[in-house]
Each structure stands twice: as C-alpha cells, then as structure tokens.
Design a protein around this ligand. Structure first.
Ligand SMILES: C[S@@+](CC[C@H](N)C(=O)[O-])C[C@H]1O[C@@H](n2cnc3c(N)ncnc32)[C@H](O)[C@@H]1O
Length: 203
C-alpha cells in the first residue's frame, strides 16, 4: 500500500507542536464551532465521527455527547483527559481512512479542512475515504472545504505551486445516490474566505 504524503507531513508537524493551522484558530475556530453546534442542537445529534480530527481545537468546542476522531497522524498530545471541556466522551484513532472499518453508524460524519490535503496521485484514496464516510453516516455528512466545482477555485489551483490540489470531492459525492446536498453557506461565511460548509443528508 502506498505511503500517504500526509502521514509524514502531519506527524512531523504535530511533533514540533505545529498544530492544525489557521483554519482552527481565532475567527475560523469560532465560526466552525458555532456552525456545528447549531447543527448538532437543531438536529438532535448525539454522536459524531470526525475524519481528520487534527489538534482537536474544534472537537473541544463541540457540545455533543460522543465524539470519535480519526486522523492519519498521532495528535493525541493535544488531548488531556482531565480537561473538563467539549464532548462528554472523546475517543481517537490513528488510522488511514481508506482501511478504517466503522464499529457502527454515526448520527453525523464530519470532514473539516481535509480534502485539499489529499495529493494529486492519491485519487483512489480519496474515493475510498469518501466511501468509508458514506458507510459510517447514519443520517448526515458535513464537509468543510473548498468547492471543487467552483470556477474561481479551479483557476486558483491551475497556478498552484504546492503539492496539494483541489481534490474532486464534490464530483465523487455526486456519483453516489445515497446522499443529497441539503444546505451550504457557500458565498457567505467569513469575509475573504472560500472554504464552506456542505451538509449532505441520506435520501
Ligand atoms: C488542516 S488539519 C484540520 C484539522 C481539523 N479537522 C480542523 O478543522 O481543525 C488536516 C488534518 O487532516 C489530516 N489528514 C490529512 N490528510 C489525511 C489523509 N490522507 N488521511 C488521514 N488524515 C489526513 C491531517 O493529519 C490533519 O490532522
């Protein structure tokens, strides 16, 4: 099995206390947590499976009974069991997403700021991880990402210099019949931002 670029990159980053980045700090952290908490409350969500839990800054703000986080890198150093904040029950698994087998279906599956870290040559991985997300979700999937079908984003990535790319996650979601897009904050959200929430519901 091919080694993922993200494993070495994020492991090194967490080892030097680099954290998950600006997307889970300051106004972005507040925006993400508020959006998710409102959704959790309005839809009576009691458990969540999060693909790419990272440094848990978002997870610790969630008002939910049970949180299970998956990540290819070990970020457990960011979790102190004695900290009395966030979900009542929090568990973490260090795993690839393509081989992960869920123990049950979760009310909500989330994947926040992860898709565009999947590399150009990891298309098969992307497809397999999305299939795992479908298999794990009882009712809802929430993605927070660049819109891979937006012309503006496509243009931006034509001139990219980094390894990461605008992974075609929306196209892959579209190919599946089981979930439909029910809402998005696309075009709204924080000023100057082009990363949005996409809420999918099982049909
Ligand atoms: C930018 S951080 C986002 C963390 C968190 N979701 C948030 O919003 O704060 C991206 C996370 O995705 C994980 N990740 C990236 N590529 C991955 C892959 N191919 N398989 C599993 N996890 C991956 C990284 O280890 C990292 O923790």
């Amino acid at each position: 099995m091919k080694e993922l670029f993200s494993i070495s990159y994020w492991t090194k980053r967490y080892n030097r206390n680099g954290g998950s980045g600006d997307g889970s700090r300051g106004p972005w952290l507040e925006y993400k947590a508020n959006y998710l908490n409102e959704f959790i409350k309005n839809n009576k969500i009691s458990n969540v499976l999060d693909f790419g839990s990272g440094d848990l800054y978002v997870a610790k703000k969630l008002e939910i009974d049970e949180y299970t986080g998956l990540d290819c890198a070990d970020s457990s150093k960011y979790y102190d069991e004695k900290e009395p904040v966030g979900p009542k029950l929090l568990s973490l698994h260090q795993t690839r997403f393509d081989t992960f087998v869920p123990d049950k279906q979760y009310d909500l599956v989330t994947c926040l700021d992860v898709f565009y870290h999947i590399m150009d040559d990891e298309g098969e991985y992307l497809k397999a991880m999305i299939q795992t997300m479908f298999d794990s979700a009882r009712e809802y999937i929430i993605v927070y990402s660049l819109d891979s079908e937006s012309e503006q984003v496509k243009k931006q990535f034509e001139t990219r210099i980094s390894h990461t790319f605008n992974s075609p996650w929306r196209e892959i979601f579209r190919e599946h019949d089981d979930f439909e897009l029910v809402s998005t904050d696309e075009g709204k959200g924080l000023p100057g931002n082009n990363t949005y929430f996409f809420v999918f519901k099982r049909k």
